[in-house]
Design a protein around this ligand. Structure first.
Ligand code: PMP
Length: 427
C-alpha cells in the first residue's frame, strides 16, 4: 500500500511551492503512485489503462524491466562526468540512433528535452543558412522556452514576449483546414508567404508530421514533399519535429516524416526516446553539424551515461518486441472500432491518425464542426471514472488523444472504445 502523503496534501503543497502556471487534468487530480507497462495505479490502488503515456513519453511501457535494468546498472557504476571525458554509452547510443535514420542524417547532439532540441535545431538552421526567418505551422507545439515559444502557434501557450523572426503558415489540417486535404494549395500558401512575408530567403521550416498538442492532426498527404522543395528553393533547411511521432508509433513507419516520403535536414526528438528519462536529441548531416564547430556547444547533462544507457535499451526493446508492427496492428483495429463508434454517436466529428497516434474530435454539430468543449470535458471525467486515461488536445480542448505505451493490446483498445461508448450513451 501507498505510504506517501495524500493527493489533497500534495495539491496544497503544489499550490504553495510550485509555480502557479501548472495545470492538472481532472476536477479531482489523480495521484499516480505506480506504473506497470500500460497501467497506472493511484494512491488507493485503483488501476487505470493509460492511453496518454505521460503525454506520449512512455514508449516501451511504464517501468519496462529492460530499461529499468539498464538505468540501474549504469547508475551503480557511474552516473555522470560530462563529455569532457570519454564514455562508451553516449557513442553506442548515438550509433544506434543514427542507424535508424535515412539519408545522411548521421550526427547526433544529445540534449534533455524536446524544447532544447528545437532550440538547437533552430539555431543550426540560422547559422547554416545565414538567414533568420523561420517558417512554422499554425496549431504547432515545439516548446515553451523563450525561443521555441515563437515556433509554437497556439495562443494558450504563448506568453507576450518578443517572438523573433518567425512566420506561421496555415496548418494543412484535412478536417478543419480551409483547403481540406489539398496539399498543393497549402504549399502554394507557403510559397506566397515566403515571397511576401520574408526577405525571400529563409533559415528553415519546422513541422510535426502529426501535430500532437494541436489535437492529433495528420498533415494533408503529400504536403511535406511539396513544402520541403519550396523551402529549399528559398535557401532554407527542413526540420522534422519527431518528439511525439517517432520510434514506430505511427505503425507504418519508424519516423513520422517517412509517412510523407521526405528526408529532413534536421530531426528533433524527445519524449518516447527515453521511456520517461529526460532525454532529447537533434540528428543532422555532417555538413550542417559542422556549423556548430565555430564555437563550443556544450550541454552538461546531454548524453549522460544513465540516459544514454536507458535510451539504448529503449531502441533495443522497441526492436526486440517489434513494436512498430504491433502499433500498426493494434492501431488499425482501434481506428476501425472508433470509426464504427462514430456511426453511432453524432458527437464524434472526426476519427484520425495512424498506429497508436490517434485523435477523436468531438463536435456539437457535424456540419458546422462546432467544438464540443463542455461535452468533451464531461466525457473525459467519465472515462477516468471508468478507469481510462486519455489525453485532451486541440486549441478548444475538444480532441481526445489516444497515444498509449506501445505495448497496448487489442483487448485494451476494445476496453477504451467500450468505455467511450458507455460514457457517450449516458450523455
Ligand atoms: N515538440 C513537440 C511536438 C511536443 O509535443 C513537445 C512537448 N509536448 C515539445 C516539442 C517540447 O518538449 P519538452 O516538453 O520535452 O520540452
Amino acid at each position: 500500500p501507498y505510504a506517501g502523503i495524500s493527493g489533497d496534501e500534495i495539491l496544497r503543497k503544489r499550490k504553495t511551492f510550485l509555480g502557479p502556471s501548472l495545470f492538472y487534468y481532472y476536477q479531482n487530480p489523480l495521484n499516480i503512485v505506480e506504473g506497470k507497462m500500460q497501467y497506472l495505479y493511484d494512491e488507493n490502488g485503483k488501476r487505470y489503462l493509460d492511453c496518454f503515456a505521460g503525454i506520449v513519453t512512455v514508449s516501451c511501457g511504464h517501468c519496462h524491466p529492460d530499461v529499468v535494468n539498464a538505468v540501474v546498472e549504469q547508475t551503480k557504476l557511474l552516473q555522470h562526468t560530462t563529455t569532457i571525458y570519454l564514455h562508451h554509452a553516449i557513442v553506442e547510443f548515438a550509433e544506434a540512433l543514427a542507424s535508424k535514420m535515412p539519408g545522411n542524417l548521421k550526427v547526433v547532439y544529445f540534449v534533455n528535452s524536446g524544447t532544447e532540441a528545437n532550440e538547437l535545431a533552430m539555431m543550426m538552421a540560422r547559422l547554416y543558412t545565414g538567414n533568420l526567418s523561420m517558417i512554422a505551422l499554425r496549431n504547432a507545439y515545439h516548446g515553451g522556452s523563450a525561443g521555441t515559444i515563437g515556433l509554437t502557434a497556439l495562443h494558450t501557450w504563448k506568453y507576450p514576449i518578443p517572438q523573433g523572426e518567425i512566420h506561421h503558415v496555415m496548418d494543412p489540417n484535412p478536417y478543419r483546414g480551409a483547403f481540406g486535404s489539398d496539399a498543393v494549395r497549402y504549399a502554394k500558401e507557403v510559397e506566397d508567404h515566403i515571397a511576401y512575408g520574408t526577405p525571400g530567403r529563409v533559415a528553415g521550416f519546422i513541422a510535426e508530421t502529426f501535430q500532437g498538442v494541436g489535437g492529433a492532426v495528420e498533415l494533408a498527404p503529400g504536403y511535406l514533399k511539396l513544402v520541403y522543395d519550396k523551402v529549399r528553393n528559398a535557401g532554407g533547411v527542413c526540420i522534422a519535429d519527431e518528439v511525439q511521432s517517432g520510434f514506430g508509433r505511427t505503425g507504418s513507419h519508424y519516423w513520422g516524416f517517412q509517412t510523407q516520403d521526405v528526408i529532413p535536414d534536421i530531426v528533433t526528438m524527445a519524449k518516447g526516446i527515453g521511456n520517461g528519462l529526460p532525454l532529447g536529441a537533434v540528428v543532422t548531416t555532417p555538413e550542417i553539424a559542422q556549423v556548430m564547430s565555430q564555437k563550443i556547444q556544450f550541454n552538461t547533462f546531454g548524453g549522460n551515461p544513465v540516459c544514454s544507457a536507458g535510451g539504448l535499451a529503449v531502441l533495443n526493446v522497441l526492436d526486440k518486441e517489434k513494436r512498430q508492427a504491433h502499433c500498426a496492428d493494434v492501431g488499425s483495429h482501434l481506428i476501425e472500432r472508433l470509426k464504427s463508434l462514430q456511426q453511432k454517436h453524432e458527437i464524434i466529428g472526426d476519427v484520425r491518425g495512424r498506429g497508436l497516434m490517434l485523435g477523436v474530435e468531438l463536435v456539437t454539430d457535424r456540419k458546422e464542426k462546432t467544438p464540443a468543449k463542455a461535452e468533451t470535458a464531461v466525457l473525459f471525467e467519465k472515462l477516468k471514472d471508468l478507469g481510462v486515461l486519455v489525453g485532451k488536445g486541440g486549441l478548444h480542448g475538444n480532441v481526445f488523444r489516444i497515444k498509449p505505451p506501445m505495448c497496448f493490446t487489442k483487448a485494451d483498445a476494445d476496453f477504451v472504445v467500450d468505455a467511450m461508448d458507455y460514457a457517450m450513451s449516458g450523455m
